[in-house]
Design a protein around this ligand. Sequence first.
Ligand SMILES: [Zn+2]
Length: 344
Amino acid sequence: MDKCPSITRKRKGDKMEAFQHIRGNEDVKAYFTKVIKKNKLSHSYIFEGPYGVGKNTFALALAKYILCEAKEGNKPCNSCKSCYMTHAGTHPDLISIEKDTKVTKIETIRNNMVKEMDIKPYQSDYKVVIVKAADTITIEGQNAMLKTIEEPPSYGIIILVCENASRMLPTIKSRCIMVRFNPLTKKQLDTYLIDEPISESKREVLKKLSEGSIGKVKDILKDESFFELRDQAVNYLQRLDKADLIGVYDLVKEITEQKEEIEKILEHWLLWYRDIAIIKAVGIGDLYYSDYQQQLLDIAYKLTYNKVSQNIDCIIKALADMRQNIYSTFVIENLLLRLKERKK
Ligand SMILES: [Zn+2]
């Protein structure tokens, strides 16, 4: 069995509490620390918040504490069998439900939540079910779990994790305690990024692009070509600006040859023109392309606000067309010609 990293890091006299290792959301941590102290855990929770801000990590930390066989005050011991198993994802009393495809089907809810909750815990005093992406459960699925949430067994704890609880039935919501997770502040992200071997300018860009989501930071850092493609996307626009008609068609060819990347390039362009719109409207603000500030200022000077907003509309339309599988050469050709049109 892999060694639990939190165990190897444990020091004598370490005062780490159950949620100390989780970044941000101090109010949520304080709330659960209090609830745990008073031994007043509820049977059903909804953890709601944007992508990548720590909802699932927190749910797992809470489950680890609940299932720990040798709790040390407010924190799990990190060394009992239960702690090992929770860490390894093999605890029989911890059920984690992922969405099936775009939705979570009624069968998944019936088999992995409703039926499981009827069976007593195998080795712990509790049984914890974490439903990820709970806002993708079909209406039938939500109705199927209603009774379990209304009358949970004494050992049952259900955590419904979602980005948007408004997609869930009011009957479900009214029976759960709603816990709201928020994006991390820039300062918290700074602390998180301190050990990342990246330049100061990239750090700033990452903070802006991630909008306080550690999940997004991780996604971007995992994508080795992210910053390269971003630079390339800007380079395409600079070349487009100077290109004659033949040059435009060369660009169309070059861009459409990068089949997998076309949508990403358009997304980079969208943020580029969004920055120019911000500069036109309010001056230099919180920019996605803070590392290209001078270039943005030069373009903002040349283009009218109408032309910038027209360009944004054209890119949004091109993205929608691409997602509807319209022939990409046609979409990009059309878009580049529109972007190239004289200012209005
Ligand atoms: Zn333990």
